[in-house]
Design a protein around this ligand. Sequence first.
Ligand code: S3P
Length: 165
Amino acid sequence: MKNIVLIGFMGSGKSKISREIGRRLKKEVIATDDLAEISEGMSIHEIFKAKGEAYFRDLEHSIIKDLASRQGIVIDCGGGVVLRKENLKLLKTNGIVFYLQATPEVIYQRIKHETHRPLLKTSDPLGCIKELYQQRLPLYSQADYTIDANAASIEGPITEILEKI
Ligand code: S3P
């Protein structure tokens, strides 16, 4: 049984949608960020601060390698998993990959009051989101399916994902 893999920018709704899909299909849901935090015993923010982004990306890659070999689970991926080309390749071998697409403006509105996103701790978070978004769009677009996640309700994306699998 194939895994259901959700990728997309921070704030695109991956975690909420993964949890709801897992609940409806009675499948285990695993977030790569949760495994990173458990393995290091600290928050994502602290890992970035103490060990740097490169260390986090290596850790994320080893987590993806483990998860990609499993079957029948829902994988909620951190927004940057696409930065390593091999990650998406691994995730696709055993899974159907869905890109939850939301515009930079929608993302900004959703996450502007949050403080735990290390990459957005800048004086111009919207500008930073736009820049990262442009860089990552070609990578996210390599998913098997692109799902419109701009609406406030998660019902639309969930229905679309369930129809596709
Ligand atoms: C990141 C997204 C975060 C987390 C880390 C880096 C990114 O995950 O992995 O802060 O590079 O986009 P979420 O997308 O779950 O917020």
